[in-house]
Design a binder for this molecule. Structure first.
Ligand code: ZN
Length: 354
């Protein structure tokens, strides 16, 4: 009898696990209770806006949409200047309804990569063209504004335009990886460090993947191909450098948005892809790293280093990943990619929400 009960309990557990519905939005995740979002307004806030007021939404000036996703109220606020318009300075924009659906799906997609989100509200705000330029980034949301200034005159004009495919998804990913989950700064005083390969490479790789799942299938191939082209163009030039050497070449800030930075991001994204491919061959995927970073560092306020990455990968897979990573991060070894990137299927991947 006891054996039977144990068997039944084991079966229930098994089916609970395998029957895990990707799009059951009522699942609480990790942690199972949420923290007041104001507590996420800390010194990790980055950008031109006032952190204490930017996520307070004036209902007279903004149209808002919200959806409860795994216990978090995801709030999208689009400035009324954009309502009823189809373009900004000749660039196509989505309707606020289309945009908010994409944000809900992106949040859900990222949530599944990490297995949770700790705050009770997550806000994405689209500021009017007339307000401060640039975007603000935090644990509890992102505020997008105009993107064109003296430094980047040829950039699409606003974070809201369709031409910036993957940009919104990339920045939202940073609310987890980069803001909640932070690396230990090294002594260099440089803008970037070795660990940037995970933060920027991860945000770009997952940003491209989710934009492709959410907006248009072809986006992933197109954006990943752009990164491969940057890498190929640099081969046998003075920029044919390892991630570590690129980081040192860029040196201290502020961001230059130049070829060296583009290449650092491109190389870092491709390393994430190659690691994902390695993990997929072993029956895992890159989400195992993101989930462990979230649990061990994001939820504990501890900071991570490259050593932790190697430890996590080795522990999770029982293989040694140090040689593989050192090859691509510390030397300029050629990437074994000819033309196309596969879209690697992840176990927790959710492409739609109902
Ligand atoms: Zn980034």
């Amino acid at each position: 009898m006891l054996k039977k009960i144990i068997l039944i309990i084991m079966l229930i557990n098994y089916f609970q696990f395998t029957g895990y519905a990707c799009d059951d939005l009522s699942l609480p995740g990790n942690p199972s209770t949420t923290i007041d979002w104001h507590e996420g307004l800390d010194d990790s806030f980055q950008g031109p806006d006032n952190p204490n007021t930017v996520f307070e939404i004036d209902e007279n000036a903004y149209v808002t949409f919200s959806k409860i996703i795994h216990g978090t109220k995801v709030l999208v606020a689009v400035h009324k200047d954009f309502v009823g318009k189809s373009e900004i300075k000749g660039f196509k924009i989505p309707t606020p309804e289309e945009f908010s659906e994409r944000i809900f799906k992106t949040f859900n997609h990222h949530w599944h990569v990490f297995g949770g989100y700790p705050y009770d509200r997550y806000t994405v705000k689209i500021k009017p063209f007339s307000e401060s330029s640039g975007f603000s980034l935090s644990k509890i949301g992102v505020a997008f504004g105009k993107t064109t200034d003296e430094n980047t005159p040829n950039f699409p004009p606003h974070g809201y335009v369709e031409a910036l495919e993957g940009f919104v998804q990339h920045e939202m990913f940073h609310s987890w990886l980069g803001k909640l989950i932070q690396y230990e700064p090294n002594e260099s005083g440089n803008l970037f460090q070795l660990e940037t390969w995970v933060v920027e490479g991860g945000a770009s790789y997952y940003g491209d993947r989710s934009a492709s799942l959410i907006i248009r299938k072809s986006i992933y191939r197109k954006l990943m191909r752009q990164k491969l082209n940057s890498y190929k163009k640099a081969l046998n030039t003075s920029l044919d450098l390892s991630v570590q050497a690129l980081v040192e070449k860029i040196g201290p800030g502020p961001p230059a948005n130049d070829n060296t930075q583009t290449l650092l991001y491109a190389r870092s994204t491709i390393v994430n892809y190659l690691l994902d491919e390695e993990l997929t061959k072993l029956g895992f995927d890159l989400d195992i790293l993101m989930k462990r970073l979230y649990e061990d560092f994001g939820l504990t306020n501890k900071k991570w280093t490259q050593n932790d990455i190697v430890q996590i990968l080795n522990n999770e897979t029982n293989k040694d990943f140090s040689k593989f990573l050192n090859k691509y991060l510390l030397t300029n070894s050629k990437f074994p990619i000819k033309r196309n990137f596969k879209f690697l299927k992840h176990a927790a991947q959710c492409s739609t929400i109902d």
